[in-house]
Design a protein around this ligand. Structure first.
Ligand code: UDP
Length: 336
């Protein structure tokens, strides 16, 4: 029995692949390398000492995907395939809807054809929209997402609800990520955005290593203790472990469809992250306070109790760990 990991060469997919292999599971990875590199697969093998099957395909290529299900004994699917750049999605909504939503539908249809009905979905805290109070709780109504990227997550959650209603043989986990940062402690896996990064930690590491001049802190006049935005940063390895816990729940009990926040429950400001990064790595991060970025919410973080109580998932890594590991990855990259 194998777990199919779509987008398994990507940032969160590769860290989850490592945790699955460390558990002694068989996995099959598919990835089209649209936002990842083949060397990631070698690094997953290096870290775990384990091998796995890989197919370089687009998950929305029905024929190629069916071939993967024909050739392997797949029992469950964790889906990381999909575009994820919020800003880009506002410029390319059609591409985002085709890849994220149509692609997911091809995957669900193929799963149904092969009677594979255990599914873990990478959702996002963005589904809570702009109106919910913080901390976000799973029982809140999802809101209107602030970008096409976010809307794809809202839509796919809805599609999965409908699939479950029509056929409760499915067991589905909707995992709402908060802000994943950090890297595998080996320094062999990490986040590698193409071009100038949009997200905070990838930008910070590039300033620290001299590739970019200074960080623009988007807004210093929010109604928060230091005036900068607050987010719930979660170490990518903790996040990956959350997927394992969710999958175990699907396997142990007929669970139906359930939703979990994957965050620490603690909010840090942009300046908290900058200062913690400097302290834990010894690197200076030049920054200036700049205008607010359109669409940013002042503060959000998770109520993280449901995942803790029902999955036994407790994030272990601190903000220091997240900063140090993000930096370690960049140091290793610059040496190789
Ligand atoms: N941020 C910033 N400068 C940057 C990138 C991000 O000040 O160059 C801030 C952003 O305004 C937000 C936080 O860092 O408050 C996290 O942003 P990111 O894009 O990483 O994730 P988001 O929460 O928007 O999904």
């Amino acid at each position: 029995m194998s777990v199919l990991v779509t987008g398994g060469a990507g940032y969160i997919g590769s860290h989850t692949a490592v945790e699955l292999l460390n558990q002694g599971r068989d996995i099959v990875i598919i990835d089209d390398f649209s936002n990842s590199k083949p060397e990631v697969l070698e690094n997953i093998r290096k870290i775990t000492g384990k091998d796995f099957k890989f197919y370089q395909i687009d998950y929305s290529d029905r024929k190629a995907l069916e071939n993967v299900f024909e050739e392997n004994n797949i029992d469950s699917v964790i889906n990381f395939a999909g575009f994820k750049a919020v800003g880009e999605s506002t410029k390319k909504p059609i591409e985002y809807y085709i890849n994220n939503v149509s692609g997911a539908l091809v995957l669900f249809d193929t799963m149904r054809k092969y009677n594979v009905k255990k599914f873990v979905f990478s959702s996002s805290a963005t589904v809570y929209g702009e109106k919910n109070p913080i901390p976000y709780v799973e029982t809140m109504e999802t809101g209107k997402a602030s970008s096409p990227y976010g809307s794809t997550k809202v839509f796919i959650e809805q599609i999965l609800e409908d699939i479950y209603k029509s056929d409760n043989e499915w067991d589905i986990a909707l995992l709402r990520y908060f802000n994943p940062i950090g890297s595998h402690e080996s320094g062999l896996l990490g986040e590698e955005p193409q071009g100038i990064p949009n997200n905070l930690m990838p930008y910070i590491v590039r300033v620290a290593c001299g590739q970019l001049k200074e960080l623009s802190v988007f807004g210093g006049d929010y109604d928060t203790p230091d005036g900068t935005c607050i987010r719930d940063y979660i170490h990518v390895v903790d996040l990956a472990k959350g997927h394992i816990k969710a999958l175990e729940k699907l396997e142990k009990e007929r669970s139906g469809i359930f939703t979990y926040n994957l965050g620490t429950g603690v909010g840090y400001s942009v300046l908290d992250v900058v200062k913690t990064f400097e302290k834990s790595t010894g690197q200076k991060v030049a920054y200036k306070i700049a205008d607010r970025r359109a669409g940013d919410l002042p503060a959000f973080y998770a109520n993280a109790t449901k995942a803790k109580e029902e999955l036994g998932w407790i994030p272990e890594k601190t903000l220091e760990d997240m900063c140090r590991d993000s930096w370690h990855y960049i140091e290793m990259r610059s040496k190789s």
